[in-house]
Design a protein. Structure first.
Lengths: 423, 423
């Protein structure tokens, strides 16, 4: 029996262990600053498989002053990264399997039908915050490694497992792992792609725009300039920029996305008193960054574009909008569609599931951008969760998908690390 | 020497006392819930002129359950109303002089060049929060009564002085004074009109509108419906309603106002996360109410109008905006332009200042709406402050205007109360 069959059989026989693993991970409320316990569990899981485990609280000048560092935190005490390494027996290719353990907050508890961290298993699904983003993916990876370990399959190249913090705020955990030297010849990140394979990932970053007005009493509103009304022009202008930017996107991998690079207005806030003309409005949003452009290019384009507001409206000549880049930022990422890892992943997908995978570009950023750009580790994003479930109430992941993903990852890792590094 | 000349002369001689009075009133930081000390000062001033003084903490079922009651407060402990009555000697016409002692908060202290409650006198002006709105006017009234008292001028009708709280939040103080029986044949309210005479006052009320959207991840924003973008349609629709409502205004008293009945969008708030499509936006604003329409009519018109949003956009068919009327509300008010009090006031203005006053409609509401509608007391608004100074930093009032206003009020009160009630 070949290795792939052995892996499939072992996984089918141990399906209940996978369910328990997902449940265990989901039950950890590992929101930002609360990642210690889940990292302890991951560490133990890796140690049981005889991995060399490196657990450390990230920080230090090389991280905090790095150009790519971004986080609302300046201290990570109590929030360790965990990396497990299985040294290869020979000169095989190395691989990073990367997953973040942090989850976004559960939001309004009233929107949940059950405890957000219940980890309840029902009708083939495990429920809870983080199940889809991305503990289902993490379980798929750990279970894949467990199958290789249990079946005592040979591994010539290094397997490096990243269990990182802080992805949801911009990737400080992965950046720290890269700076500590944990890079490889390629990487797989099982973020929720709904089993699609994403060789390209959209980057993104957050902007904040202040739109000015002039105060007046609401009864003589014509004596003022309403910042909320001026803001409409700014929003329209951003929508126009979105159209222009998306017309430029020719990559067929983006063709299935109605708007490959959205500019999203996420937050608006302005004015203090119903009877006053507001003199300031704050907009916050996210702009998508194509794998073919840099963060800096997009910043420059947005700023330049908004200067054009003055052409249609003198107000903006004297009161230009103020643009800030703040908070989170994800680098775009890209791996060649013909990259050998892509081929293996695609073949294993087809063999295991009986149909060909969808290859596309992701509509959101992942730590793959950092791995590719900073870590020189070409990355593929492929996972069992569903994007439109991420960050929402009653989040769940389907066990069948986790299992299939785990099989595909295991077979691919096995194949990859047993290829010689230098041909 | 006739009474009018005596009044003018007495006031000129006692100008410094007026300045001290304005300064004293402005130095009291009588923001909401902090009105006790200033009311004590007013009480003493009235007692010195032998007025019967009624001082009481407003409240009780008749007030709190009254249709016209509106206030963010449900207890007024520590915030008394003060009413002083000078009983007439015969059957003369009665008059209410109404002024509120509450002031809006000082706002950002950094915007002030000096202490907001300094009451500093400089270049003919007294500076401080409330100087223009409306302690200058209150001082003008008290000083007018002081002149009549000091000159021992006869008064056949009752003079009723309202020193009320809570005007800035909708008029609970004046409503309480009305319900306690302190009404009259007419009333003067020296809110800041910049010496214009306002026989009509615009009413106004606050609305809150919730605009719904549908959440999605910002990277796949096309899967959601952006409530901030939908909100633009609501704002445009309100601006259109403003145009339609103002086309209907034919009253020549409103002709000097570019937009007699503004609909002001004062506050906007929506979304929580830059990378998410927001599913809810809250708008708050103020709609002006003409003296020719009722509060209820305007509520119905706005609600009906917003239902029309569904005609242009199906989204609003399934997700209609939600309209609430909340917070403050000022009844519109109106007195006949030919009313005898208007004639007296106009004549006295012309005699004292040597030119004819501007007669117009106010762009904002006052307690005059309550006095007219609920108290059956026709009211004129006429005062020394300047509208566009009200509620702003570095607020001031000009002493010369306060003095002129005081003379005009004193002469008018003297003339009015000495007319027989039943001719």
């Amino acid at each position: 029996m070949d290795a792939n069959k052995k892996i499939s059989q072992w996984m089918n026989e141990n399906r209940s262990e996978l369910i328990e693993l997902i449940k265990t991970l989901v039950r950890e409320p590992s929101v930002q600053k609360n990642e210690a316990t889940i990292q302890q569990l991951v560490e133990e899981y890796l140690l049981h498989m005889d991995y060399d485990v490196d657990k450390w609280e990230i920080g230090g000048e090389d991280l905090l002053s790095h150009d790519a560092f971004i986080s609302p935190r300046n201290s990570f005490i109590g929030s360790p990264n965990v990396v497990g390494v299985n040294k290869g027996s020979d000169n095989g290719k190395s691989i990073v399997l990367n997953g973040h353990v942090d989850v976004v907050p559960e939001g309004d508890i009233k929107d949940w039908e059950a405890d957000p961290f219940s980890g309840a298993y029902m009708d083939g699904k495990v429920y809870g915050r983080g199940s889809t983003d991305m503990k289902g993916g993490n379980a798929a990876m750990l279970f894949a490694l467990k199958s290789i370990y249990s079946l005592q399959l040979p591994t010539k190249g290094d397997i490096i497992f990243h269990s990182v913090i802080d992805e949801e705020s911009g990737g400080a955990g992965t950046l720290a792992a890269i700076l500590r030297g944990y890079t490889a010849d390629a990487s797989i990140i099982p973020e929720p792609t709904n089993m699609k394979i994403f060789p390209k990932q959209q980057g993104s970053m957050w902007f904040r725009i202040y739109v000015k007005g002039k105060s007046a009493h609401g009864g003589t509103s014509y004596e003022g300039t309403n910042a909320i009304e001026k803001c409409q022009k700014v929003i329209n202008s951003l929508k126009q920029l979105e159209r222009i930017r998306n017309k430029r996107v020719k990559d067929p991998l983006f063709s299935s996305l109605p708007i490959p690079l959205p500019i999203n207005i996420g937050v608006i806030e302005g004015g203090e008193w119903p009877s006053s003309v507001p003199d300031l409005v704050k907009l916050e949003g996210r702009v998508g960054v194509s794998p073919d452009e840099t963060i800096e290019e997009v910043k420059a384009e947005v700023s330049q574009w908004l200067k054009g507001l003055a052409e249609d409206d003198d107000w903006f000549e004297k009161h230009p909008v103020q643009v800030e880049w703040f908070g989170a930022r994800w680098f775009p990422g890209s791996i060649d569609v013909e990259h050998p890892l892509m081929k293996m992943l695609t073949n294993n997908f087809t063999n295991i599931l009986g149909y060909e995978p969808t290859i596309a570009a992701s509509p959101w950023g992942t730590d793959g951008g950092l791995l590719t750009t900073i870590g020189q580790t070409p990355s593929v994003v492929f996972g069992p969760g569903v994007t439109n479930m991420a960050h929402f109430s009653n989040e769940y992941v389907e066990v069948d998908k986790v299992l299939a993903c785990s099989k595909i990852i295991a077979c691919t890792v096995y194949e990859w690390v047993n290829e010689d590094r230098k041909k």
